[in-house]
Design a protein around this ligand. Structure first.
Ligand code: SF4
Length: 349
């Protein structure tokens, strides 16, 4: 960690004091957040934190409203059909989160009497709760002192301390620095204040340092190098995989399949596809022999690879789930297959 004397921010207690004073005036109103005099609801805090992983606040809001209307408690979610939860999650992406969501709700309902444990270590033992989420729920829902470090917090801390080690290797250093400025009291408000600062003022581009409550102690602002932080290691290009999505029509319905429970997009409804490989697989894996016609290509970036799916359409018959085309939006297709369905419908089979 590079931290010269000239770059050392102001005394650490002042970071939390300045930030909390700012938060008291500027906290964002968010549907899952308790108001100033309300107790936080652990179920809503947990649900929002899982949804917000890799996803924006704007994208999460309608899903959060739909989930909490349909399943207002963790017990209600625990009792839900897995397929109903997966369909309600469709479009939010990173579907392992949805499977863990159900698993976690069921553990909380069965093993904890419907109450989330109130300590970070016990939260961490629940399905789908890693270091960040367990800390966030412990701090925000239960007021425990916990070090909550998401991408926003990483950016703010890297700038405050002008940390020159590149991410992702610098993660432990950033965690230690975040720990050094986390107060014992109001840890939940502090975590949310850091997130709000990162989302609204200390943004990735053009941070608004002039109105930042931490300006006087910020090493990067002092040296005019804010956008140099956080330093990131050069990214490797993602490998490309190719596949074919088959849109097979019969009497106003289309053939769908449910993907195997394990693996990418596990348990989700989908169009039939063959293998996803480096070379174009052509019509390998087609559900039936038919006069397949091309209907464009759609693509999607997954965590470890980019997928290009050629879409082909035909009429015919095969084993599977025949879904009314006019209700295809309600099938719960994940984004890549929703794109493929839209592309398929632009061509007459
Ligand atoms: S002064 Fe600027 S760079 Fe530093 S924390 Fe505030 S907004 Fe971010």
């Amino acid at each position: 960690m590079t931290l010269s004397k000239a770059e050392t921010p102001f005394p650490q207690g002042q970071v939390s004091a300045a930030l909390l004073a700012w938060y008291d005036r500027n906290a964002r109103r968010l549907p899952w957040r308790a108001g100033p005099d309300e107790a936080a609801d652990p179920y809503r805090v947990w649900l929002s934190e899982i949804m917000l992983q890799q996803t924006t606040v704007a994208a999460v809001k309608p899903y959060f409203a739909a989930f909490t209307t349909r399943w207002p408690t963790v017990e209600a979610l625990a009792a839900a059909e897995e397929s109903a939860v997966m369909a309600a999650w469709a479009g939010l992406g990173y579907y392992a989160r949805a499977r863990n969501l159900i698993a976690c709700a069921r553990v909380v309902a069965a093993d904890h009497g419907g109450h989330f444990p109130d300590e970070e270590a016990a939260l961490r033992a629940l399905p789908g709760l890693g270091r960040y989420t367990a800390a966030a729920v412990a701090a925000i829902a239960f007021g425990r002192r916990a070090v909550v470090v998401d991408a926003n917090v990483e950016r703010v801390v890297a700038r405050l301390f002008a940390l020159s080690d590149p991410l992702p290797g610098a993660r432990d250093s950033l965690y230690a620095l975040a720990d050094s400025i986390t107060p014992d009291m109001r840890a939940g408000d502090f975590a949310q204040a850091m997130m709000d600062l990162g989302a609204t003022i200390c943004t990735p581009r053009n941070p608004a340092c002039a109105i930042c409550p931490l300006r006087d102690g910020c090493a990067a602002a002092r040296t005019g190098t804010t956008e140099a932080f956080p330093v990131k290691a050069a990214k490797k290009a993602k490998p490309v995989r190719r596949g074919t999505a088959f849109w097979l029509e019969r009497d106003g319905t289309v053939l769908l399949v449910r993907r195997p429970a394990k693996g990418l997009l596990g348990g989700m409804m989908a169009l039939p596809t063959g293998e996803w490989t480096a070379a174009d697989p052509g019509l390998a894996g087609a559900p039936t022999e038919a006069q397949w016609r091309p209907a464009g290509t759609v693509s999607h970036i997954f965590t470890h690879f980019a997928l290009e799916l050629a879409v082909v359409v035909a009429r015919g018959d095969a084993e599977g789930i025949w879904w009314p085309i006019e209700r295809i939006e309600q099938a719960g297709l994940p984004t890549i297959f929703a794109k493929a369905a839209a592309s398929a419908q632009s061509v007459d089979p």
